[in-house]
Design a protein around this ligand. Structure first.
Ligand SMILES: NC(=O)c1ccc[n+]([C@@H]2O[C@H](COP(=O)([O-])OP(=O)(O)OC[C@H]3O[C@@H](n4cnc5c(N)ncnc54)[C@H](O)[C@@H]3O)[C@@H](O)[C@H]2O)c1
Length: 309
């Protein structure tokens, strides 16, 4: 497998993955509609093995032509996170679910690696979520990603990862992710109010997500037709624990509120034994991730023209 199509490759995960693939000698074609721009891919154009195609995964002609000459597909394109999906549920259904069905119908015998999410488990049902735990998505994001991964698993020739919540730096940065957002508020606002402080979440650094996708590509036959939780048993933390880890490094006002509710009522612990047994381990720890985020805030500007502060 030499020629790899990455859908949604201009995003937070994709812009970390594509340079990694190029560095390993793959030829990479990214297909993306650039809904958040494409700046994060600029350094990739230095490589002759990189190709960019502007296209929409919902459109049959765009998908068909982007598959031409490709040996395998890493499918990242999606409307990501419950607030973005809630804003336009129809777009979320079309992009996350229907476009995956479309891609499935056109990819023929090309292996496919799918980035799914731990959101599929929804509220905690047992003690620790394993791959065979029931799926109970609580948001449109979770339900559209669940429908897509279940369809792909039925069709086969696929590896599905259910990822923990990502954090860390990327060429297409996101500040809406829990750890990234907490660091941003602590450093920039010097103030953070947290509700449901004991809710447990599970995390993975974005470079480790990229590494896991590369790993699946290179161990496809061993992992084929299986779903893997992807993260680390060492990175299940409550919101309070994350906030206190940041407070060890940044002096800010931290308040735990009694009132307030996250719509994505995720409060769960996840086991990563299966992916470890398949030979994949994360390498970036939460301390390293928080440190790099804090350092990066030096270039993040907060501009509010109506405020004196
Ligand atoms: N970041 C996380 O915490 C996380 C966790 C679990 C799973 N995932 C999954 O990983 C994948 C990548 O997530 P991300 O964090 O990079 O998100 P992102 O929003 O940064 O990237 C998504 C990319 O998809 C593209 N896209 C959206 N609609 C498209 C369309 N119709 N046609 C073509 N391209 C389109 C966007 O332009 C964007 O570049 C997603 O499938 C997501 O569900 C992410």
């Amino acid at each position: 497998m030499k020629n790899i199509l990455v859908t949604g490759g201009a995003g937070y995960v994709g812009t970390m993955l594509v340079p990694m693939l190029l560095g390993r000698g793959y030829k990479v074609r990214v297909m993306d509609n650039l809904m958040y721009g494409g700046k994060g891919l600029l350094p990739c154009f230095a490589s002759k093995d990189f190709e960019f195609v502007k296209g929409d995964v919902r459109k049959i002609e765009d998908v068909r032509s982007s598959l031409d000459g490709m040996d395998a597909v890493i499918h990242l394109a999606a409307i990501v996170g419950f607030p973005a999906c809630k804003k336009d549920p129809q777009l979320a259904e079309e992009t996350n679910h229907k476009a995956t069905v479309l891609l499935e119908g056109l990819r023929h015998d090309r292996p496919l690696i799918f980035a799914s999410t731990g959101s599929n488990y929804g509220a905690l049902v047992g003690d620790v979520c394993r791959e065979d735990s029931p799926l109970n998505p609580l948001t449109i994001y979770g339900s559209t990603k669940t429908a897509a991964e279940q369809y792909l698993l039925k069709c086969g020739n696929v590896v599905v990862y259910r990822y923990a919540t990502a954090y860390g730096l990327s060429y297409r940065q996101r500040l809406d992710l829990l750890i990234n957002d907490f660091v941003y508020q602590a450093v920039k606002n010097r103030n953070l109010i947290i509700y449901e402080k004991s809710f447990k979440r599970t995390f993975i650094h974005v470079r480790d997500i990229a590494a896991s996708l590369l790993y699946a590509l290179e161990h496809f036959n061993k992992m084929r037709d299986e779903v893997f939780n992807c993260g680390s048993n060492d990175q299940n933390f409550s919101k309070e624990e994350v906030a206190l880890l940041i407070q060890k490094r940044v002096n800010y006002y931290l308040h735990f509120a009694e009132i307030g509710k996250d719509e994505d009522q995720r409060n769960y612990e996840v086991s990563y034994e299966k992916v470890n047994k398949a030979g994949f381990f994360t390498t970036v720890g939460i301390d390293e991730g928080i440190d790099e985020l804090i350092r990066s805030m030096a270039v993040v500007q907060v501009v509010n023209e109506y405020s004196n502060v």
